[in-house]
Design a protein around this ligand. Structure first.
Ligand code: AVJ
Length: 331
């Protein structure tokens, strides 16, 4: 099923999508990485998810940021005893940058203007962030950085008297298993100077029914988001997935403390992926594991920051204790 790599064959020049799909569908159990969700349709579906009644994450984190943005910015600028610095703000995974505005606004209020560096692998996401923020937020200068931050951060040093505040919000870190998450934080730390800060947003553990509803909403948007992955493979890899023959599944894995999303084959079937020269067969009930979304215990984000060389200085949370935003300072 996996054709030998011939000299000059397409295997050597495969796109990241093609090689991730080949690897994932040849693995047992089958899996596909969650970054594949975010083509243009998938990004719009995710934006819809953030507004669903069941998807508490975005509105809970937004409320925490809205209530505390000025304090977060003041602390990042230097409540650690050193001379208060000007901040530049670097955001990992630009997305639609909606919650970010709250922090950018607080920074502009504090220091008059601010340099905002959204970091993303998607040039179109960066361009959208640049246009929108640049147009709607006078005082914010946008300097997009096209890079894959999961392989480390290569940033120019902040200027004299300047400190960098890195935003990694939205519980994006929750997609990574503990080992890779620790590596990712170490990579961020390695790109920073002592005194710089990281603001990390994490989703906290809570009742199973609340968690399951957030990942299996009544309107079926999350199901469409998950299934769009197969639609994307049809569009981009000439695959012939029958979207009606797969179903969205969300599962709470208690021992790993994570929500898992899977796509379950509803019957025995074969799927061709023309551009990969690959045929994948599925048993009835067989699943493709498409996402992990880790839910953290109180104190766990602080421990992860500390293990990566940050001093956890403050944690902000909501009344129900559903979501946490932690500030760590690079040692
Ligand atoms: C963007 C990774 C934080 O895990 O909640 C939403 C993605 N998946 N619904 C999450 C997602 C299904 C989301 N993150």
């Amino acid at each position: 099923m996996n054709p030998a790599a011939l000299p000059g064959s397409s295997l050597q020049t495969e796109t990241p999508v093609a090689s991730a799909v080949r690897k994932g569908l040849c693995a047992r159990p089958k899996r596909l990485p969650p970054w594949l969700f975010y083509d243009s349709d998938g990004s719009h579906l995710f934006d819809q998810i953030t507004r669903l009644p069941e998807y508490y994450l975005t509105r809970t984190e937004r409320a925490i940021l809205a209530a505390n943005a000025a304090g977060m910015i003041a602390q990042a600028a230097g409540l650690d005893g050193a001379e208060p610095a000007r901040l530049r703000i670097t955001e990992l995974g630009a997305g639609f940058a909606d919650k970010t505005r709250l922090l950018l606004k607080a920074a502009v209020e504090r220091q008059g203007d601010v340099l905002y560096e959204p970091v993303d692998v998607s040039a179109s996401a960066l361009e959208a962030a640049r246009v929108r923020i640049g147009r709607e937020m006078p005082g914010v200068r946008v300097a997009p950085r096209l890079m894959d931050y999961t392989h480390g951060l290569e940033l120019e040093p902040a200027g004299d008297g300047e400190r960098r505040l890195v935003l990694y919000i939205g519980s994006s870190i929750g997609n990574f298993e503990p080992g890779p998450a620790a590596q990712l934080l170490l990579g961020i730390r390695a790109g920073l100077e002592p005194g710089d800060t990281l603001l990390l947003g994490v989703d906290l553990r809570k009742g199973e029914s609340t968690l399951l509803a957030a990942y299996d909403d009544a309107a079926g948007v999350t199901a469409r988001f998950n299934l769009n992955l197969l639609a994307r493979l049809n569009r981009e890899l000439g695959a012939d997935f029958d979207l009606g023959a797969f179903a969205h599944r969300a599962v709470w894995n208690r021992s790993e403390s994570r929500i898992e999303m899977h796509l379950e084959s509803l019957k025995a079937q074969r799927v061709r992926l023309a551009s990969l020269g690959l045929e994948a067969s599925f048993r009835a009930g067989e699943r493709i594991h498409t996402e992990n979304s880790y839910k953290y215990a109180p104190g766990q984000a602080e421990a992860m920051l500390a293990a990566a060389g940050f001093t956890p200085e403050s944690t902000w949370t909501d009344k129900r204790g559903w979501f946490a935003v932690c500030l760590g300072r690079a040692q």
